[in-house]
Ligand binder design. Structure first.
Ligand code: ADP
Length: 589
């Protein structure tokens, strides 16, 4: 039940009880007052009648006394009875005295016979009403000769009180109504601030931390409301701090490059960040609370987590994930402890080291390739040196032949080392942003490149055509671009047959300048196209070596083009020729 109604009922019940008690008390007092009045009235009448009896003899004038009684009774509307000391009735205003029984034992008569005033209230069987009896002694010469008793029905009091009751009832009803209203307002005065505070507490519980209770007028309530408001303010501040810290932690967690995976002591996933989810191909929301065994399908990772959970770490290992593509992960595992230092599980940090692994492989392959490339001319040189030092089988022609062979091998070694140096310089400069690009005419670059190989082309009767508009300019590093185009022309001359044509052209193509070097050489089979820009990749090892190729020419072209933020590609039809295309952006978008 609401506090308002509870307080109201108590207030109202108390007020009503007070009213009823007051009404009851008033009723009693009034009744007593009326009784005293009737008693006084009866005494007066008894005294009057007693004085009237003065002349009559109680012994002989019974009839007269009875008559007087009836007369007095009629006049005063009072029952009057005269009784002898022996209790027999001489006269009675209402009845025939002889029919009445002896009255000696009636309490009022007993008292009157003792010379005192007797009074009694009794229910009269004769007239079936409650009556008040008052008896006084009639004394002659000091002796009680008779008793005069007068009586009146008390119902007169009831009549008199009846109207009083009606007025009191109306008063009580009005007072009750007034109390009802007052009690309601009093109850509201107490319950309203409490209700307001309850509503505030409700809103706080629902998360509205800006809710505040109004300050009531009463001191205690105001103190309570102030405490509630203070509590809400502190709660709000704490929530704000917790939310801010939580957001910060989440942001850090989410933006970490490393994957983070937290598991409880049973091996169930507590949390994982976006990187871990991506690396392990999991959906964070679906995996939280599930065991690592059922979510992560990698035995090595499962074993690592189990081992970290068992010995508490720190532990480190490398694993391989076999998905769409092979991924190498480095794992760091440590025990996860709560703020009290209690062990909660384990934390695993995942580092994607695929790129590092690939670079390592590339480096290893490169070292192997370089060694292999260098080994061939060195072996040849060693052979020559050994042959030359064998004095027994030497002729001047052989000496010349071997010397020429040695010169070729040295030249070859030199080309390889030069190309390697060139490549590493370009890479190094590009890495340190030391390659300056300046807007310059493309035509000059192409012209110089063509000129560099004019002799070689002429020797093979190859015609080199250059087609480039004069005004074509782009941000370029002229010496490097010349080297790149030169390498392409070199290849075209090297691999094409005698009497063929080579076309070198440049044109503006959208935002790019497209430089094309086309030949009518043997062309390149499709399967090699994607790889010819790799270092030391050759379609035909022997042919390339015979032509003095190092296998690095196109790799240099690719790196130079990349420093120009461009792209290089090749189209080729075996037997018909190849076209190499370099795209260099005129402006960077
Ligand atoms: P190399 O020093 O062997 O020429 P490159 O890197 O310049 O090395 O070229 C790689 C390979 O691509 C060559 O060995 C050759 O087989 C092939 N190649 C390059 N240019 C041409 C071309 N214009 N016509 C046919 N094959 C070519």
């Amino acid at each position: 039940m609401r506090l308002l109604w509870r307080i109201y009922i108590y207030f109202f019940a108390c007020a009503l009880l007070a009213l009823i008690l007051t009404a009851g008390y008033a009723n009693n007092s009034l009744r007593r007052f009326y009784q005293e009045q009737i008693a006084a009235e009866l005494l007066t009448r008894a005294n009057i009648f007693s004085s009237e009896l003065g002349s009559h003899s109680m012994e002989n004038e019974g009839d007269q006394i009875d008559r007087r009684c009836k007369e007095f009774g009629r006049l005063t509307q009072t029952r009057v009875t005269v009784i002898r000391p022996d209790g027999s009735v001489i006269g009675d205003s209402d009845q025939n005295p002889s029919a009445l029984e002896n009255h000696r034992n009636r309490p009022e008569i007993v008292e009157a016979l003792n010379g005192q005033r007797g009074r009694s209230i009794r229910f009269s069987d004769t007239i079936r009403r409650t009556l008040m009896y008052l008896a006084i002694p009639v004394q002659r010469e000091g002796a009680v000769v008779a008793v005069v008793r007068v009586s009146l029905p008390l119902s007169v009091i009831d009549w008199a009180l009846h109207s009083v009751y009606r007025q009191v009832a109306v008063g009580v009803l009005l007072a009750a109504a007034l109390f009802a209203v007052v009690a309601f307002f009093l109850a509201r005065l107490i319950s309203h601030p409490l209700d307001d505070m309850r509503q505030t507490a409700d809103r706080l519980a629902q998360g509205d931390l800006r809710a505040r209770a109004a300050l009531p007028k009463s001191e205690e309530m105001a103190l309570l409301a102030r405490t509630l408001n203070q509590m809400a303010a502190e709660l709000g501040e704490r929530m704000e701090t917790i939310t801010r810290q939580n957001d910060q932690q989440k942001a850090v967690f989410a933006s970490m490059v490393e994957g983070v995976l937290a598991v409880d002591s049973e091996g169930r996933i507590l949390d994982l960040n976006a990187t871990a989810a991506r690396l392990l191909d999991l959906t964070p929301d679906q995996t939280r609370g599930r065991s690592i065994q059922e979510t992560v399908r990698n035995l090595d990772l499962q074993k690592f987590v189990a081992a970290t959970l068992e010995d508490g770490g720190p532990a480190e290992t490398e694993i391989v994930l076999y998905g769409n593509e092979e991924r190498f992960l480095q794992l760091h595992g440590t025990a996860l402890a709560d703020s009290t230092g209690k062990n909660m599980g384990a934390l695993v940090v995942l580092n994607d080291i695929t790129r590092l692994k690939r670079l390592e492989t590339v480096r290893q392959d490169f070292v192997a390739n370089v060694s292999h490339e260098l080994k061939t001319p060195i072996t040849a040189l060693r052979g020559c040196v050994e042959t030359l030092s064998d004095r027994s089988r030497q002729s001047p022609e052989d000496d010349e032949r071997f010397m020429a062979m040695m010169a070729r091998q040295v030249e070859r070694l030199n080309s390889i080392v030069e190309d390697l140096l060139s490549l590493s310089r370009i890479e190094h400069d590009a890495q340190h942003k030391r390659i300056a690009l300046e807007s310059g005419p493309v035509f000059d670059v192409l012209r110089r490149a063509v000129q560099s190989f004019a002799k070689a082309a002429e020797a093979k009767h190859i015609a080199v055509a250059l087609d480039c508009p004069d005004g074509l300019a782009a941000p370029i590093n002229a010496p490097l671009l010349e080297q790149a185009v030169g390498n392409l022309i070199d290849n075209a001359v090297k691999y094409s047959g005698e009497g063929t044509h080579i076309a070198v052209s440049a044109a503006l193509c959208g935002n790019d300048i497209e430089i094309r070097v086309s030949d009518e050489g043997p062309g390149i089979e499709k399967k090699h196209l994607s790889r010819i820009f790799e270092r030391f990749y050759r379609v035909d090892q022997a042919r390339s070596r015979a032509l003095g190729g190092t296998g690095l020419g196109l790799a240099i072209v690719k790196h130079i083009v990349l420093t120009h933020h461009g792209a290089v590609s090749v189209e080729s039809t075996p037997g018909q020729g190849s076209t190499f295309k370099i795209l260099i952006p005129v402006s960077r978008l």
